[in-house]
Design a protein around this ligand. Structure first.
Ligand SMILES: *[C@@H]1O[C@H](CO)[C@@H](O)[C@H](O)[C@H]1NC(C)=O
Ligand SMILES: *[C@@H]1O[C@H](CO)[C@@H](O)[C@H](O)[C@H]1NC(C)=O
Ligand SMILES: *[C@@H]1O[C@H](CO)[C@@H](O)[C@H](O)[C@H]1NC(C)=O
Ligand SMILES: CC(=O)N[C@H]1CO[C@H](CO)[C@@H](O)[C@@H]1O
Length: 432
């Protein structure tokens, strides 16, 4: 317990000790009102037109939130290309002003099936959805207008497999989930009986990281909606699970609260363990938690083969993705700035494969993995360095550093405000 509480204190400390001066444009007034900003010049625009896909994250600035898009080339490398206004505002949780402003994974989410990308506006309690231009995936067109998130401080998004249903989780004083139909011309329309409370005693903006909302996902078969909430030590956090009605997409009126196996404390991101009806959740207080739902979801401590895995020397392990190419999970730690590769065997037993240092103090947060050609590539937001780290996932245990993309320089040149403390999210889209 000593160890886990000190880890929590460390992550609170991390969130409060960083001083990150916004990189402001000094030329021109109200640049934030420009809805689109081109970045990187003619070469970047050419790269965007021949891109195989794009990676997206948000600036999450209080003065105006933008989705930043980088083209993904056929070699997996990124070219910063364009930023698009969400017509909403970002926010920052309390206390402090460090990276991981929203305490979450999933602040921006793309769907290849839907041809869309959506983003939270935590400061204006809205969600924005965009159509992805099929020729240039860095070019986004907003569909409709931003819509109310059904609560306060929306922080994470999930999109179903078909790409036509989107759910968000709000982490503020009015907290809980809400779902929407996605219409390619009208945008988001609320689905009846999906605004459901998490019953947390929270503030707007949220207070965290302990006790704050973390992430939202659909179960692998899309029959359940799952939101994660970090614990308030010594009380462990939960996965909150709602059933989705197959007839009208409404949610069960209440959720089932599932605590991690013994030792788990602060469930953060969730990544589905394919074919197993199980979830790998990062745990900021320890490493990772495995939730085994193969015997059904019952309230209480996670049952079956559920377990926890400590990552020795971890600071706060909070973000995760899965690679089909290597069959392994990759988690990032804001405190140690390491990527840890984890294997989960057929019996749901997790083990550490190896670790990849990304540079002390870069504060690696959100990440996503995309398949390009025969390879998988991992895109990691190194928020404190205002960079994206790109890793080539050649084979299990054999990831290689491929590229470090600078965000701050091109953003400044374009007049786009970005800051280490506010940058958040990472999602990818690959053309069919
Ligand atoms: C909610 O949290 C605040 C601040 O920690 C506390 O003062 C208050 O008593 C809490 N309310 C409830 C109902 O638990
Ligand atoms: C990074 O930090 C770790 C732990 O504090 C230390 O052991 C290591 O030498 C540092 N690496 C560099 C390159 O500074
Ligand atoms: C961010 O960078 C600053 C200055 O380089 C450093 O003092 C701080 O520890 C870093 N924060 C994190 C979370 O890495
Ligand atoms: C018309 C409009 O959207 N104006 C906004 C421009 O941006 C500033 C802050 O960046 C807002 O305060 C204005 O409301």
């Amino acid at each position: 317990m000593q160890l886990t509480i000190s880890s929590v204190l460390l992550s609170v400390l991390l969130a409060s000790t960083v001083t990150a001066a916004p990189l402001h444009s000094r030329n021109g007034k109200n640049k934030a009102n420009k809805s689109k900003m081109m970045m990187g010049g003619n070469a970047a625009q050419a790269a965007a037109k021949s891109a195989v896909g794009a990676a997206y994250w948000i600036t999450n600035e209080g003065a105006g939130n933008f989705v930043v898009a980088a083209a993904i080339g056929s070699n997996g490398k990124l070219t910063l290309s364009q930023a698009t206004s969400t017509e909403g505002q970002g926010s920052h949780g309390a206390p402090g002003n460090g990276p991981d402003a929203l305490f979450t994974q999933g602040a921006v989410k793309a769907s290849a099936a839907g041809g869309i990308v959506a983003a939270v506006n935590a400061g204006s309690n809205t969600i924005s959805v965009f159509n992805i231009d099929s020729t240039n995936p860095t070019n986004l067109e907003m569909i409709g207008k931003p819509i109310g998130s059904g609560g306060e401080f929306p922080v994470s998004l999930a999109i179903n497999k078909a790409g036509n249903m989107l759910c968000t989780v709000n982490g503020g004083a009015i907290n809980g989930v809400a779902c929407f139909n996605v219409d390619k011309t009208k945008g988001l329309t609320p689905i009846a009986n999906t605004v459901r409370s998490l019953k947390l005693n929270q503030t707007t903006p949220a207070t965290g990281p302990a006790g704050s909302v973390s992430h939202i996902i659909f179960s692998e078969d899309n029959t359940q909606l799952i939101a994660s909430v970090k614990g308030l030590p010594p009380t462990p956090g939960i996965l909150a699970v709602w059933d989705i009605s197959p007839s009208d997409k409404s949610l069960s009126s209440d959720f089932k609260a599932v605590q991690p196996a013994k030792g788990g404390l602060l469930p953060f991101s969730m990544t589905v363990i394919e074919g197993k009806n199980a979830i790998l959740a990062t745990d900021a207080g320890l490493g990772v938690d495995i939730f085994d739902f193969s015997g059904g979801v019952t309230a209480g401590t996670a049952a079956g083969k559920s377990s926890t895995l400590g990552i020795s020397g971890q600071g706060a392990t909070c973000w995760s993705s899965f690679s089909s190419k290597t069959g392994n999970f990759y988690v990032t730690d804001i405190g140690t700035s390491e990527v840890t590769e984890i294997n989960v065997d057929d019996n749901l037993k997790p083990t550490i494969v190896t670790q990849y240092a990304q540079g002390n103090g870069t504060a690696t947060i959100d990440n996503d993995i995309a398949a390009v050609g025969n390879n998988d590539f991992m895109y990691v937001l190194a928020a404190n360095a205002t960079q994206v780290k790109v890793l080539s996932l050649n084979a299990p245990g054999k990831a290689q550093a491929l590229q470090t993309l600078d965000i701050a320089g091109p953003a400044k040149a374009a007049g786009l405000t970005v800051s280490a403390a506010n940058l958040q999210g990472m999602t990818t889209f690959i053309k069919k």
